[in-house]
Design a protein around this ligand. Structure first.
Ligand SMILES: NC(=O)c1ccc[n+]([C@@H]2O[C@H](COP(=O)([O-])OP(=O)(O)OC[C@H]3O[C@@H](n4cnc5c(N)ncnc54)[C@H](O)[C@@H]3O)[C@@H](O)[C@H]2O)c1
Length: 355
């Protein structure tokens, strides 16, 4: 996806430190504990620094938090409980708590177990939107383990051959640790794009790529308005549809959460499921062997000559880590519309609005 962040009249830059402070105040005013506010703020700030504001993964999420905490869909400080606990697996009932928090706890448990057994998988049921998949996978990579995180989501993708939505964008995060440098992080929805980016293109009056979404009657289009009520297209056509189905089996069917058409349909009960997997390379190799072999592979990949010399081969996650550094220094882009909405929320919650 190209990262032109768009027309100046639509977007402004804001200092990361200011957004961090506002996020913490906002979440606490909604009833989040200190621990919850810290986990969610770190996730949302990472998202704001990695992604386009149209992808809606940063502080744009506050509108949903506000609505869902008010209607009982999200419960701050929820009484989460471990319902299964085996040597290399576990299952957490998130009790309608924050998705970022349940996913964080589940990955922490997966890491702890994988360090003993080599691999562990932890499921989460009755949760909410967990944010960006790569963030949770990275939690494992920061401890030298390969992390893999999956979630189901609202039905927005049709099974291949239909125009009726049944499956979600069901993103995957995969993080591969490297010594002394950033992990390789593949963080992707299983659809080519999302409704947020389509809306962004629409507001800018731009045509979208033809492989993003279909019209409700199943036709290809480059007009985002025509496809707003239609299905998003999967990555890799029927292959992405297959991956999305598989993800819903793990995250929805197996965990005991909702799946398919029912997940996310009731605003006061999204009932999303997640899966966190941690793999310890040390189960197969010494740390040194793993590091040497991985770096050889990276060198081979990065050594492949670019078709366009201005666009060298990069690793998954490389753009996001670079963007993170730039935005930490220069500021984070947010649409004026989002900022106006946040100002209103701050007013409603009687907290200071620093933007
Ligand atoms: N929780 C949810 O329900 C939900 C749903 C959908 C998406 N999301 C999140 O939204 C975010 C955006 O997802 P997306 O699919 O739009 O991301 P994207 O398409 O912008 O990027 C996907 C991945 O491709 C990699 N990439 C991009 N260009 C590359 C290149 N030239 N070479 C190598 N790798 C390259 C990126 O580093 C990234 O890892 C993700 O964090 C995702 O987890 C969350």
């Amino acid at each position: 996806m190209a990262y032109d962040i768009g027309k100046e009249e639509l977007v402004n830059l804001y200092a990361a430190e200011t957004l961090r402070g506002f996020s913490t105040d906002f979440l606490k005013a909604l009833g989040a504990t200190d621990e919850e506010a810290a986990i969610i703020t770190d996730g949302l700030m990472t998202a704001s620094m990695w992604w386009h504001p149209g992808q809606g993964q940063g502080l744009e999420k506050f509108f949903r938090f506000y609505r869902q905490i008010n209607n009982g869909g999200i419960v701050p400080n929820a009484p989460m409980q471990w319902v299964k606990d085996g040597p290399s697996y576990a299952l957490l009932d998130a009790a309608k708590g924050f998705g970022y928090v349940s996913a964080h706890r589940a990955m922490a448990r997966a890491i702890e177990k994988a360090k003993k057994t080599g691999i562990a998988m932890v499921g989460v049921r009755h949760s909410n939107h967990f944010g960006i998949a790569g963030y949770h996978a990275l939690q494992a990579a920061k401890q030298g383990l390969i992390g893999w995180s999956l979630t189901n989501a609202k039905a927005e993708m049709a099974p291949w051959g239909s125009a009726q939505v049944v499956l979600g964008t069901n993103p995957w995060g995969i993080a591969i640790p490297r010594k002394d440098t950033h992990a390789i992080v593949l963080d992707m929805a299983l659809t080519m794009s999302g409704k947020g980016m389509m809306r962004w293109y629409m507001n800018e009056g731009k045509a979208m790529p033809e492989d993003w979404a279909l019209t409700p009657d199943g036709k290809r289009t480059t007009d985002p308005a025509e496809a707003m009520e239609g299905p998003l297209l999967p990555i890799g056509e029927y292959k992405g549809y297959g991956l999305s189905l598989f993800t819903d089996v793990l995250a929805g069917v197996m965990t005991g959460s909702l799946f398919g058409l029912s997940v996310f349909q009731d605003e006061s009960n999204h009932d999303v499921g997640h899966v966190m997997i941690a793999i310890d390379p040390a189960a197969f190799l010494t740390e040194a062997e793993y590091g040497e072999r991985l770096e050889q592979l990276v060198a081979e990949v990065k050594g492949a000559p670019a078709i366009d010399p201005k666009r060298p081969v990069i690793l998954p996650g490389e753009i996001e880590f670079k963007r993170m550094q730039e935005r930490e220094a220069d500021g984070i882009p947010m649409s004026r519309e989002t900022v106006d909405g946040l100002r209103q929320l701050a007013h409603d919650l009687n907290i200071e609005f620093p933007l």
